[in-house]
Design a protein around this ligand. Structure first.
Ligand SMILES: [Zn+2]
Length: 191
């Protein structure tokens, strides 16, 4: 079966990886260092395999304290749990929201997801219809602005966190800034 071939491939690659692996510092030691430096950064981006935030921003072991959060669309609505935990552990005071052009969430909308889910789980129709799936119906700038505003309004995001909203053009590789805001302060600027 194809899936077992994939697993064999992944395990073979892991075997190679582990041969030169060097263990990082323990979680508590790392979290303490990030907390005391105040330099932690969360990058929230789409799970799209064409988008690699490590490559886009040239992130390697020389940049400390960058944590990746990825989901469909890079949407805030289902990232709050993870962001809450990351801010509890390492207290990162910068969040970067990165949405991208040609995103699946702009082609497949909540109605499409609901239709597919109801086919699989008709007994859950009520719950499915009441759930937001993070569709992007306007421009990418609009969705970035919406998510920066959601973070800014969330009582679960540490006050004084700087939030940058960025757009990634998947056809050129260029990132541009759309928004900037600080939680706990009024306003927020669309650039
Ligand atoms: Zn996407």
């Amino acid at each position: 079966m194809a899936s077992s071939n994939i697993l064999s491939e992944l395990l073979a690659r892991n075997s190679k990886f582990s041969q030169t692996y060097q263990a990082p510092p323990g979680l508590l030691q790392m979290a303490k260092a990030i907390r005391s430096s105040g330099a932690g950064v969360i990058i929230l981006s789409c799970a799209d395999p064409r988008l690699n935030p490590y490559q886009i921003f040239g992130i390697d072991s020389t940049i400390k304290g960058v944590t990746m959060v990825r989901n469909a669309g890079g949407r805030v609505l289902d990232a709050i749990r993870t962001i809450s935990i990351l801010q509890t552990i390492g207290n990162p005071k910068t969040i970067v929201v990165l949405h991208h052009t040609d995103c699946g969430m702009s082609h497949f909308h909540d109605a499409d997801v609901r239709k597919a889910l109801i086919q699989n789980a008709p007994q859950e129709e009520e719950t499915i219809n009441a759930t937001q799936y993070g569709e992007i119906v306007g421009s990418i700038e609009d969705s970035v602005q919406e998510d920066v505003a959601l973070l800014k309004a969330s009582p679960f995001v540490t006050s004084g966190t700087t939030v940058f909203g960025l757009k990634y053009d998947i056809s050129t590789g260029v990132v541009t800034q759309v928004m900037e805001a600080t939680t706990g302060e009024t306003g927020g600027e669309r650039l």
